[in-house]
Design a protein around this ligand. Structure first.
Ligand code: GLC
Ligand code: CA
Length: 530
């Protein structure tokens, strides 16, 4: 009997950047057969599902987020038969496979866009967003794309601009055209029929654009920098209310499949009510959404407590929150949050896994793997060129062992991106009882036993500048999110004992007493003895 029903509730989902996980054929690029080789490891980690970064054919202008065929597998990663095998072999271990779906835009090499570009009267012209120059000349409005340049590129032949909220090689689809909906319904069914367990939906907040193409207004002090475009608030170029209709329809399709596929949106939304809206209010929409308020918060007691409280208050009843700290865009939390201090990494993992909901780890989080300072000449991400944070830093190969190329590929191969220092690696951490990896394993075991992570009311026990303690169900977590030792009264919790501690100071099984002393970053998970 599978542990969670449906599989994605209270789950552990693990994001794999396919190009960097495991290379099975020595060409320096990770692939699907490589993931199959590591399924036993993933099962040992306790994961319920994998989210694979884009696997579909793509010219790689944005490393797979520019799709040229929604029905295939990128030849670098294998063939459709390899995906089918991965789905089956993962299912044998109760692991679901989620694919990354990119519905906001296609590649400019997609046959739809090639046709659309061939002339104003072409069959697929309206699959994309076209508009003529302003009367005075220049782009139709003030919208800015992700690089900071105008979001419009002129097609000189037809004297119209096409919209691209990301790179010019990623033309935005026009969701006002019903045919685009039909195309994506077919794409969903194609993959659900093959047994995939869901989709992570790229730019989930962005699909619809204002039908009048009105200028985006200037951003104000309340607009989180992470969603501003230039200095604009992107309320016409994205974040349109019509997008909810897309997810109501997709949800109906997903819910007809026996494997219970999950729709997990990349929902960049810092207003918690509007974030909650993506789960659906009157009718169900996405099963889950990424909570960027949490991702972008600092690893401090006051900030996390505030975000968690607001999130839980804004979600519809029964909705499954998602807790995550890293991804292929924002970077790795061990670096971003923890300055690569393993004590802080352990505290963060303990918090992530004891909050009520589903947790998403990025490959390497379980090791405390750090961002890598990729030398400029080796950087491959055009989108982050010239930005303060280069995304290549968090996309480097997985560190499996201390040997040459860290067991990611053969020792003689040239990995597509350089590796980080191999002092952190799976093999050595497995052998070290005090490692980040073994702490993760202890937490995963508690989740699998149903003791932590279940959806339940969160009750705040204690909050100050350094310490955050909360109770979910039978379990109390006390997190010292500071590099100082602390002692706090824990009145009313004397009967509890330590299930897991991230340090050795509060030994497992020990009773708490009226006062709890924690070392720097020490986080403990407490419960009554069974
Ligand atoms: C999402 C992806 C990011 C990509 C962008 C455009 O934010 O996570 O990697 O560049 O969409 O598809
Ligand atoms: Ca390969």
């Amino acid at each position: 009997m599978p542990r969670n029903q449906p599989w994605w509730r209270n789950a552990i989902i693990y994001q794999i950047y396919v190009r960097s996980f495991r290379d099975s054929n020595g060409d320096g690029t990770g692939d699907l057969a490589g993931i199959c080789e590591k399924l036993d490891y993933l099962q040992w980690l306790g994961v319920d599902g994998l989210w694979l970064s884009p696997t579909m054919p793509s010219p790689n202008a944005d490393w797979g987020y520019d799709v040229s065929d929604y029905y295939g597998v990128h030849p670098d990663y294998g063939a459709l038969a390899d995906m089918d095998r991965l789905v089956v072999e993962a299912a044998q271990r109760d692991i679901g496979i989620m694919l990354d779906l990119v519905p906001n835009h296609t590649s400019s090499a997609h046959p739809w866009f090639v046709d659309a570009r061939s002339g104003r009267g072409s069959a697929h012209r309206d699959y994309y967003v076209w508009a003529g120059p302003k009367a005075a000349g220049g782009p139709p409005n003030n919208w800015i794309c992700a690089t900071g340049a105008p979001a419009w590129t002129l097609d000189a032949e037809s004297d119209q601009y096409y919209l691209h909220n990301f790179l010019p090689a990623q033309p935005d689809l026009n969701w006002w055209d019903e045919r685009v909906h039909e195309e994506f319904h077919e794409i969903l069914r194609f993959w659900f029929d093959r047994g995939v367990a869901g989709f992570r939906i790229d730019v989930a907040h962005g699909l619809y654009k204002d039908s009048l193409l009105q200028d985006d207004p200037p951003a104000g002090p309340g607009d989180h920098p992470a969603i501003q475009r230039g200095k604009l608030r992107p309320v016409y170029s994205s974040h349109r209310p019509e997008v909810h209709d897309v997810y109501r329809r997709w949800r109906q399709i997903a819910d007809t499949y026996e494997q219970g596929p999950a729709l997990l949106g990349e929902t960049w939304e810092f207003d918690y009510q509007r974030f909650g809206d993506y789960y659906g209010r009157e009718e169900p929409e996405l099963h889950m959404g990424f909570n960027f308020g949490f991702v972008e918060a600092g690893l401090t007691a006051p900030e996390l407590a505030d975000v968690v409280e607001k999130t839980l208050a804004a979600l519809p009843a029964g909705a499954m929150p998602v807790w995550t700290g890293s991804n292929h865009d924002v970077g790795r939390f061990p670096t971003r949050w923890c300055g690569n201090d393993p004590r802080a990494v352990k505290a963060a993992l303990a918090v992530l896994s004891t909050l009520p909901g589903t947790v998403v780890l990025y490959y390497g989080d379980e090791l405390g793997m750090a961002d890598v300072d990729v030398p400029p000449a080796l950087r491959l991400d055009d989108m982050s060129a010239g930005k303060p944070y280069g995304r290549d830093a968090c996309r480097t190969p997985m560190l499996w062992s201390a040997g040459t190329n860290a067991g990611f590929t053969t020792p003689s191969a040239r990995p597509w991106l350089p590796l980080g220092g191999t002092a952190t690696n799976v093999e050595d951490e497995r052998a070290d009882p005090g490692s980040v990896l073994n702490l993760w394993r202890a937490l995963a075991a508690l989740r699998q036993a149903g003791r932590i992570g279940r959806l339940d009311k969160l009750e705040q026990v204690l909050l100050d500048e350094q310490v955050w303690a909360y109770r979910v169900g039978e379990v109390t977590t006390v997190a010292n999110l500071s590099d100082q030792a602390v002692t706090r009264p824990l009145t009313g919790h004397e009967h509890l004992s330590v299930l897991v501690s991230t340090a050795a100071l509060a030994p497992s099984g020990a009773a708490v007493g009226a006062e709890l002393s924690l070392g720097p970053w020490e986080t403990v998970v407490l419960a009554a003895q069974p």
